[in-house]
Design a binder for this molecule. Structure first.
Ligand SMILES: *Cc1c(COP(=O)(O)O)cnc(C)c1O
Length: 455
């Protein structure tokens, strides 16, 4: 039976009986939510069961960096499915996994020559953590087992990744659970935006500001005091997505990494969200001249078409697992290196090259910035930020992640034909990098109108 044989109302009733949704308060959902029933997606639009279309304001949870149903991705997927859908990668190999690895190494920051595959952002982070801890164990310093993360960090929901979490509402009960973690403060990111009623600040003054100094000094103290027990530092470079699209200066990242390196601490960059041009360069790391020891990729890696992830490591990390079999990285998943995902991920990189995706997106980034700067003046908006293909406003109602202000904007936008899932009181857009100019203008106009209507 195909979905169009089931009336929308029956589908929703069955959904409410059986489907347990992610990040959803299910009691409230069953009682109050009339979910969007999506039947089709193409480019930057979703269509619901009634034939109404919605601009996909967040690339379907940050994954559809090239929009939906890109014809080249669809062809790559169907062709691959005809020849080889899956085989294990343990002592076996296949062209999609090999060639994707080679192509990722070529575009990644220098020195990341070894590619470990997994399924999603969380598993890419788990692999990174176990690599970092394994390096020190194999090198005879098992006491180096703490991880430094940033305040407000989000690195995924599996237990290890959640242990790093710095977000009260998501990580209460999990934080520090499996992996011992210490949190370093993050300077406020007004470098990428502004407060209502004030002029835009510039990066240089921000880096000299009181808040920057305080964060910087606290980070130094933390690292100096704990260095002998710290294995690695993990960062979401420049942009902390789940924390509410919080940004911080590139200079902080450069200095944090340099200080950690001076103590031998490994640097892990989690570019699961920031990668693939989201912040304006292919990798956010580039803006801080950062070459991490380990890099985590997912989301945009497969253009949002399949669960597929990669953890890249440099020679220092890879080499620590060579030698006796006990030293090996005993880790993997049923679907590690899945040929469908790998083939699609190769096509994503090819499209980035052929369509010069990051370069073509630059004028769109300027439009997003201008539009959000203007929205900063709407009464009820506390501050705005923009970085690359992300723009956001924080509402003055400030109820944090569980705040309802953002959901009023969501309802208004939905009525106007845009899908804008908020992060509590942070309303943002993170559209596909190849969204058409007229669709981007329409999306930005809907955000502004929805804010005015809701506030
Ligand atoms: C989304 C996200 C993850 C987790 O990825 P999943 O695919 O949801 O497991 C990890 N790190 C960052 C920075 C993310 O934004």
């Amino acid at each position: 039976m195909s979905h169009d044989n089931v009336p929308r109302s029956d589908l929703v009733a069955l959904d409410k009986r059986h489907v347990w949704h992610p990040y959803t308060s299910m009691g409230r959902y069953r009682d109050q939510t009339d979910p969007l029933v999506v039947v089709r997606a193409a480019g930057s639009r979703l269509w619901d069961a009634d034939g109404k279309s919605y601009l996909d304001g967040n690339s379907s949870w940050w994954v559809a960096v090239l929009g939906h149903g890109h014809p080249r991705l669809v062809s790559a997927l169907t062709e691959q499915a005809r020849s080889l859908a899956h085989v294990s990668l343990a002592g076996t190999t296949h062209e999609p996994a090999v060639r994707l690895a080679e192509e990722l190494v070529r575009v990644a920051p220098a020195g990341l020559e070894h590619v470990f595959y997994s399924d999603d952002g969380s598993t890419a982070v788990e692999a990174a953590l176990k690599m970092a801890l394994g390096v020190w164990r194999n090198e005879g310093q098992p006491e180096r087992r703490r991880i430094v993360a940033l305040e407000g960090a989000f690195h995924g929901d599996t237990l290890g990744a959640a242990s790093l979490g710095g977000l009260e509402v998501f990580h209460r009960g999990w934080s520090g659970g499996v992996v011992e973690c210490v949190h370093a403060p993050v300077p406020d990111g007004e470098v990428h935006g502004g407060v209502r009623g004030e002029d835009e600040r510039d990066g240089r003054s921000d880096a000299r500001s009181e808040g920057y100094r305080r964060a910087f000094d606290a980070m130094h103290e933390l690292v100096d005091a704990g260095a002998a027990s710290i294995a690695a530092v993990i960062v979401e470079p420049l942009l902390q997505g789940a924390a509410g699209m919080r940004t911080y200066p590139a200079r902080y990242l450069t200095e944090l990494a340099a200080h950690c390196r001076a103590h031998g601490i490994l640097v892990i960059a989690d570019e699961v969200f920031t990668g693939y041009g989201r912040t304006g360069t292919m990798w956010a790391c580039e803006q801080a001249q950062l070459t991490p020891d380990i890099l985590c990729l997912a989301k945009g890696l497969s253009g949002g078409m399949l669960p597929m992830a990669a953890t890249l490591a440099n020679e220092r990390v890879f080499g620590a697992f060579l030698g006796e079999p006990e030293r090996a990285f005993w880790h993997g998943h049923s679907f590690t290196g899945n040929p469908l995902g790998a083939r699609v991920a190769r096509e994503v990189l090819a499209i980035y090259r052929d369509e010069r995706i990051v370069e073509q997106a630059q004028p769109k980034m300027r439009r997003i910035r201008q539009a959000f700067k203007a929205m900063g003046a709407i009464p009820g908006v506390l501050r705005w930020r923009a970085l690359g293909m992300m723009g956001c406003v924080e509402l003055a109602s400030a109820g944090g992640y569980l705040g309802r202000g953002g959901w009023r904007v969501y309802d208004e936008a939905r009525a106007r034909g845009a899908y804008l899932r908020p992060l509590g009181d942070t309303v943002y857009v993170a559209p596909p990098l190849n969204i058409a100019d007229d669709e981007l203008d329409e999306l930005l106009a809907i955000v502004a109108a929805s804010l005015r209507a809701a506030l």
